[in-house]
Design a protein around this ligand. Structure first.
Ligand code: KG4
Ligand code: ZN
Length: 346
């Protein structure tokens, strides 16, 4: 039975607790049914993975386990509320690192069971799309949405709040993965996307010519493996000393190729679908060049553009809470059977 006791929640609407642990950020948030973020706590583990040049799944799971309770507590406290005042609990159940997902999912299920609250299992990619539904200026469907993260790159036709239709996705590396691997080749460390973003501002984006994957043809799929290979050859040709000396130019040129590849497919998808609104999400949407170029392109085409603030583009639980507002909530005890999956169902 749902909690029926006196409510201590000082907010005017109902709120839900959301947990996200699909990769290397331990996140919890409280989001109202109206899409207002009451708290959004993110504990990044990147310093633990830095020395390995990428996320180590086993280390990620162990850190999630250590951090998750404190992160949940902080999210409730910051929102000025308590678990018993929540209307539901939600967690990312897919796609992601299985061990990492299981920590957040099990925690959320246990909390929901203990408080006899309903539960919602959320697809991480739906979460990235749903970041656009959060206040104070939510975007209403229909719109075209690009999600570009470390694990995924996809174009979605968003007609409803509770899901989307996949128009295209990457055939090999994700855009963020291409940036991270590129950064590693340039000796910039992990995670590399933000490092490339910073360095590129001082470099010449036309210094080196890199290929734009899948530029021609009808497909709305992406490909970044050719670009990555081109960088491997370029770095080899330049040698260690020149690579270091020219890394601002390399970063700027490489970043430009990734961003322009994304924009080519966005342009094709806008033309094909006739959408007049575009949203961009996922960690790569925090990139300043992408934000700038997308704004330019949308202004030129007369398209309304929404890119959530960077903290809602990279992984967070507020977006999971946002998605949870639009999917069915399952009552106790049926949700105890819910499992985590490495792949998206979409
Ligand atoms: O969405 P996200 O936080 O996690 C996944 O679901 O993968 O995305 C992480 C990705 C990483 O590849 C990271 O390098 C990239 O987003 N990223 C950036 C920036 N900030 C994060 N890429 C380019 N510019 C940035 N400022
Ligand atoms: Zn993500």
């Amino acid at each position: 039975m749902a909690h029926r006791g006196p409510r201590t929640l000082s907010v005017p609407t109902q709120a839900l607790l959301a947990i996200e642990t699909s990769c290397d950020d331990t996140c919890a948030a409280v989001v109202t049914s109206g899409g207002e973020i009451l708290s959004n706590v993110i504990s990044s583990q990147s310093r633990f993975h830095e020395r390995y040049g990428g996320v180590v799944p086993e280390i990620a799971s162990r850190h999630h386990l250590e951090l998750v309770n404190a992160v949940v507590e902080e999210a409730l406290e910051e929102a000025g509320t308590a678990l018993r005042d929540m209307s539901a609990v939600a967690a990312t159940s897919r796609p992601g690192l299985i061990g990492a997902l299981l920590v957040g999912l099990s925690t959320a299920k246990a909390l929901a069971a203990a408080a006899r609250l309903p539960f919602a299992a959320i697809d991480h990619l739906h979460g990235h799309v749903a970041a656009n539904f959060l206040g104070p200026a939510p975007l209403e469907p229909p719109f075209l949405c690009l999600i570009a993260s470390g694990g995924h790159t996809l174009l979605a036709d968003v007609q409803r709040h509770d899901g989307y239709e996949l128009l295209g996705s990457t055939r090999d590396d994700a855009a963020g993965e291409a940036l991270d691997k590129g950064a590693r080749l340039m000796g910039l460390g992990y995670p590399g996307g933000a490092a490339i973003d910073r360095l590129a501002r001082e470099g010449d984006p036309e210094a080196f010519e890199f290929p734009l994957g899948m530029r021609r043809g009808d497909s709305l799929d992406f490909s970044f493996s050719g670009l990555k290979t081109a960088l491997v050859y370029k770095v080899r040709e330049l040698g260690a000393e020149q690579t270091l000396a020219r890394r601002t130019d390399l970063a700027a040129s490489y970043e430009r190729a990734v961003v322009e590849s994304l924009l080519v497919k966005i342009g094709q998808a806008l033309e094909r679908t006739g959408h007049r609104r575009l949203a961009i999400g996922g960690g790569v949407a925090a990139n300043s060049l992408l934000r700038h170029r997308a704004a330019e392109e949308c202004a030129r085409r007369g398209i309304e553009l929404k890119i959530p603030p960077p903290v809602l583009c990279t992984d967070n639980a507020a977006m999971i809470g946002s998605a949870a507002r639009f999917v069915p909530h399952v009552a106790y005890p049926a949700f105890l059977a819910f499992d985590a999956f490495a792949r998206s169902a979409a």
